[in-house]
Design a protein around this ligand. Structure first.
Ligand SMILES: Cc1cc2nc3c(=O)[nH]c(=O)nc-3n(C[C@H](O)[C@H](O)[C@H](O)COP(=O)(O)O)c2cc1C
Length: 181
């Protein structure tokens, strides 16, 4: 499958190169869309030869020129599945509310309802347990009930980067790759 991998600003983004490799080893073609914050957590060169899309590709010039590519539409047409791993609390909130102020959130806002979108949240335990998170995940359930093929891969219990042990760590790579199919 053609997997569009969205990466957001969680410390779990440090495993992005391994996730890309695992998806490729499973036979998938991969392109990556990274939020600005996610780029803090991995070296671009470590992604190998996959195409890495950033916000600067969406707004490349000072002024729009008719006919220039519009990546959030083109990438949505290219992909068979959108996988966002890790999904930060911030991007979760944006997706659940239809906000689209960067390339990744625009891809989701324009996503073809017939194609699956899979999310692997990763955040601190307090964030995951917050009622805000519950309300936002309920919105995904509501979207599923009207035809969106959304799937959330629950986070797991681990000792997190902040030193706390608890729920919130991104699911392991094997689980995520299996969910893609
Ligand atoms: C060291 C560090 C680790 C972070 N880890 C997480 C995390 O695991 N999950 C999360 O939701 N936010 C985390 N954040 C906060 C996000 O990076 C921040 O909310 C950012 O705005 C997310 O932007 P994005 O959703 O556009 O990628 C972390 C921030 C820092 C500085």
């Amino acid at each position: 499958m053609k997997v569009l991998l969205g990466i957001t600003g969680s410390v779990a983004s440090t495993v992005a190169p391994k996730l890309v490799q695992a998806l490729q080893a499973a036979g998938h073609e991969v392109q990556v869309v990274a939020t600005k914050s996610s780029l803090y957590f991995f070296e671009e060169g470590d992604l190998g030869s996959v195409k890495l899309w950033k916000d600067s590709h969406e707004w490349p010039l000072d002024t729009y020129t008719r006919g220039q590519p519009i990546p959030h539409i083109d990438l949505g047409k290219w992909a068979d599945v959108l996988l966002i791993a890790p999904l930060s609390a911030n991007t979760l909130g944006k997706l659940a509310n239809g906000l689209c102020d960067n390339l990744l959130t625009c891809v989701f806002r324009a996503w073809d309802l017939r194609k699956p979108a899979i999310f692997a949240p990763a955040m601190n335990t307090y964030m995951w347990r917050s009622p805000i998170t519950r309300i936002q995940l309920d919105r995904f359930n509501a979207m599923t009930s009207i035809g969106f093929a959304l799937k959330v891969i629950d986070p797991v219990v681990k000792t997190l980067a902040c030193g706390d042990t608890g729920i919130g760590a991104m699911a392991d790579i094997d689980t995520i790759v299996k969910a893609v199919g």
